[in-house]
Ligand binder design. Structure first.
Ligand code: BES
Ligand code: MN
Ligand code: MN
Length: 465
């Protein structure tokens, strides 16, 4: 590992400069205006994988954005690690809340990142974390220390639900055959507290429409006698959680895997400061399901949240109108063993059932994803733990995360392969928000830690044989 370290040290500045160039390409997958840039990003990664020494580097076309594939097979008898990441990013809006341009990366110090952090959309989610793998691979190649085979699967549609990757891996299962999938698209607890993400929530996402009169009405002439779709929608949404924060949809909790008291005690030992949590968000009190801690509410419990709500008049001044329609986008985060299709159906039935006869309703499902638990007892977990220990000097803590990476469940289902979620971001890095950032410490620690995962995973695999 000495030679590898020397190489990384000598190329530190270039590793950073390349990431900054990658961050300057606005690869927003949700907005077709950015199509050319998303495609350019795939080409950028392809070029860098070639330069790093990968073989069979391909930008594989799909019905949506392409998947970048690459591999380095040094010996078919050795294990194969497949690295998954995504090169697309969330839309940057609201733009006015960014202190610097979202695609014009700048480095600034923060309280949690005293060595500086890169501020840009995608810096943490996931370009910065994905690119750590490209640089870790390059370092292993340059120092002749790649211990096993490696494949890369880098997609451009994660932020829109990975519609093309599922069919692509189904059709090309052999191409992605491997022993483990390695993902850096989650986080660690703190820069002095490494953790391995041991589970992800799933997602059901629906759009609802409440339809009242056939046109917007004068709220004086008709108000009081005709149902107002916005009032109705607000009431329907409010009724979907009771006073204890329980979701009232019939059957919603039926498949929730019970977490034992012992496991709950363990998970609440993870370092977490409620005061810091509140201070960071400028809130005076937290809120959630009764009987569960904040750590539990954001990991082992399902949720229902309105992501957006609109209708009626929202322009300047006042317009007296009884609107014809009201809309909302609603997401439900799911936990093992809830199924996203089933939950979406339960939601639809419930929403139709609670609608008063004075309105009509329509529910349109969007993309979903299944929750996952990743094993904390196999060699992949041990390898990740040992890798973090090697570079952080501390054992990793397993922790379930509240976010979703829907494709991870498909890896298991389609490829029959487990995933190890070895992230390096912090929850406070503002992913999906204005001023997203990624610590320089975290970027370099990732590049340093990943080769250890390869080393230990290969060694532990050999011991098994
Ligand atoms: N990288 C995130 C997921 C994540 C972040 C998991 C932090 C754990 C910790 C991913 O890019 C993401 O944003 N996923 C979406 C789901 C997707 C279907 C749009 C999410 O969780 O909202
Ligand atoms: Mn991500
Ligand atoms: Mn994301």
């Amino acid at each position: 590992m000495e030679q590898l370290k020397t190489f990384q040290e000598a190329n530190k500045q270039r590793f950073l400069d390349e990431l900054l160039s990658l961050l300057r390409i606005p690869s927003v997958s949700a907005d077709s205006d950015f199509k050319g840039d998303v495609l350019k990003t795939a080409e950028f990664i392809k070029d860098k994988l070639i330069e790093a020494g990968a073989d069979n580097v391909e930008v594989c076309p799909t019905d949506g954005y392409p998947i970048v594939y690459a591999d380095k097979i040094i010996d078919p008898a050795l294990p194969t690690v497949c690295v998954y990441g995504h090169y697309d990013v969330q839309p940057p809006d609201p733009l006015e809340l960014w202190e610097s341009g979202p695609f014009d990366p700048v480095i600034k110090k923060t309280q949690l990142h005293p060595q500086g952090a890169i501020f840009a959309r995608g810096s943490c989610d996931d370009k910065g974390q994905m690119y750590m793998h490209v640089k870790a691979f390059e370092s292993m190649m340059a120092s002749n220390s790649l211990p096993c085979n490696v494949k890369f699967m880098i997609e451009g549609e994660e932020e829109v639900g990975s519609p093309s990757l599922g069919p692509f891996i189904k059709a090309n299962a052999e191409k992605f055959s491997c022993d483990v999938i390695l993902v850096s698209d989650t986080g660690i607890i703190a820069n002095d507290t490494p953790s391995v993400t041991s589970g992800l929530r799933g997602l059901s996402y629906v759009e609802v429409e409440v339809i009242g009169p056939n046109r917007d009405l004068h709220s004086g002439i008709y108000g009081g006698a005709v149902a107002n779709p916005i009032n109705v929608l607000a009431k329907m949404i409010a009724s979907m959680q009771d006073e204890n924060g329980h979701i009232t949809i019939d059957g919603f909790y039926d498949d929730v895997l019970k977490v034992s008291d012992q496991e709950r005690i363990e998970m609440n030992k993870a370092p977490f400061s409620l005061d810091d949590f509140k201070a960071h968000l400028d809130i005076d009190e937290v809120h959630g399901e009764k009987g569960y801690t904040t750590l539990e509410r954001t990991s082992i419990r399902p949720t229902l949240d309105v992501n957006g709500i609109w209708g009626g008049y929202i322009g300047e001044g006042a317009k007296t109108v009884l609107p014809s329609k009201a809309y909302a986008k609603i997401s439900m985060r799911l936990v093992p063993n809830q199924g996203s299709e089933k939950i979406t159906e339960l939601f639809q039935k419930h929403f139709e059932k609670i609608a008063p006869p004075s309105v009509k309703v329509k529910v349109t499902p969007h993309h979903g994803g299944e929750p996952v638990l990743t094993p904390t007892d196999g060699i992949a977990y041990q390898a990740a733990d040992k890798a973090y220990q090697a570079t952080f000097g501390k054992k990793a803590i397993p922790q379930r995360s509240g976010g979703s990476i829907p494709i991870v469940a498909m890896f298991e289902e389609v490829l029959g392969v487990k995933t190890i979620l070895m992230g390096f971001g912090l929850d406070s890095d503002a992913i999906h928000s204005p001023n997203e950032h990624f610590g320089l410490f975290n970027y370099y620690k990732g590049i340093e830690t990943i080769p250890y995962f390869f080393k230990y995973f290969t060694e532990l695999s050999e011991n098994m044989n």
